[in-house]
Design a protein around this ligand. Sequence first.
Ligand code: PNS
Length: 159
Amino acid sequence: MRIAVYPGSFDPITNGHLDIIERAAQLYDEVVVGVAENIRKSPLFSLKDRIRFAGNALAHLKNVRIESFNCLLVEFARRHDAHSIIKGLRAVSDFEHEFQMAQLNRKLDPSIETMFMMASPEYVYLSSSAVKEIAEYGGCLEGLVPPEVEEGLQKSFSR
Ligand code: PNS
């Protein structure tokens, strides 16, 4: 079995994440989406909501599972017998940070390979932070996030 993990905060999951996961699901027998608890990042959405949004948006992919994690990423990968970590790259600006994390993860466990997938052109500008900012100022989120996430964002910022 070729198993990969795709980690992130997913606060919230965007159509850019979904695009990478859908493409990865065609390359691997199983993709485990790892939702980081990330207590230090103080996310907008609770872990429960972030998992629910991802689960509902990915329910059509039978070889994709959603799990939370609160440990080193390599440990999470080992627990799921994964030998690949999938990361999406949008622009050169993503590279430096991702390069550093990939080297650190390789140092921590050389048996786990980080695989980079380029974002599809229509999503290179998209990030969870950007959609939160758009939602905060009442902008249009169509085509950027799944409808359930759009609703969640609107609710969060209408309080
Ligand atoms: O969506 P994000 O916030 O960019 O995801 C970051 C994430 C969760 C992938 C990263 O913070 C991570 O791997 N956390 C797990 C802790 C860990 O293993 N740290 C060492 C790797 S450098």
